[in-house]
Design a protein around this ligand. Sequence first.
Ligand code: PRP
Ligand code: URA
Length: 209
Amino acid sequence: MSNVHVFDHPLIQHKLSILRDERTSVKEFRELISEIAMLMCYEATRDLPLEDVEVQTPVAMAHCRQIAGKKLAIVPILRAGLGMVDGMVTMMPNVKVGHIGLFRDPETLEPVKYYFKMPADIAERDVIIVDPMLATGGSAAAAVTFLKEAGAQHIKLMSVIGAPEGVEAMQKAHPDVDIFVAAVDEHLNDHGYIVPGLGDAGDRIFGTK
Ligand code: PRP
Ligand code: URA
């Protein structure tokens, strides 16, 4: 079974409470989702390997550690995943970014792929998929399948809110993928929306409703 990490850090929980609020403006929503991604990135990259380096300070030689040139890629699921990219790139300025375009068919709730563009060496990279909402899990599971078909072997999923149904579906489909979320909510409603959730993440980021 994949590990599910729920971030209960006070800063994340505080920002998440404002993110959920229906009165939060598009501007604030964008800022918050980016900040939450930045904070989650800090924990989700905890296992990056380090190497010893010597650094000459103005006073003496310091024995330090730097990230050991690990090849990493961030892969947002369009559209809403785009809202999490800035925060991740702020933390890791040289990270490569691939894009997967998926939308849920409103009738069947099945994911429909319309775009897939990865760094050429994606098979050699560790991947963190970002998408704020893990609802039925269909989109995230499909994204992982496409990435595995492209050769990626080490994949993590970072979402802001998960539904129990989505977490379970992901664990079933891809038990090797660790899942990072800020909250696991109550359930899905009849339209596949997370309850209480935050509504339609894409619409709230891009102001399309
Ligand atoms: C939302 C969200 C996820 C997906 C989650 O995207 O950003 O990608 O739904 O639902 P699932 O777990 O049931 O697959 P949506 O399909 O609304 O597309 P959009 O981001 O383009 O609005
Ligand atoms: N996609 C969203 O944007 N919100 C949900 O609650 C479920 C899927």
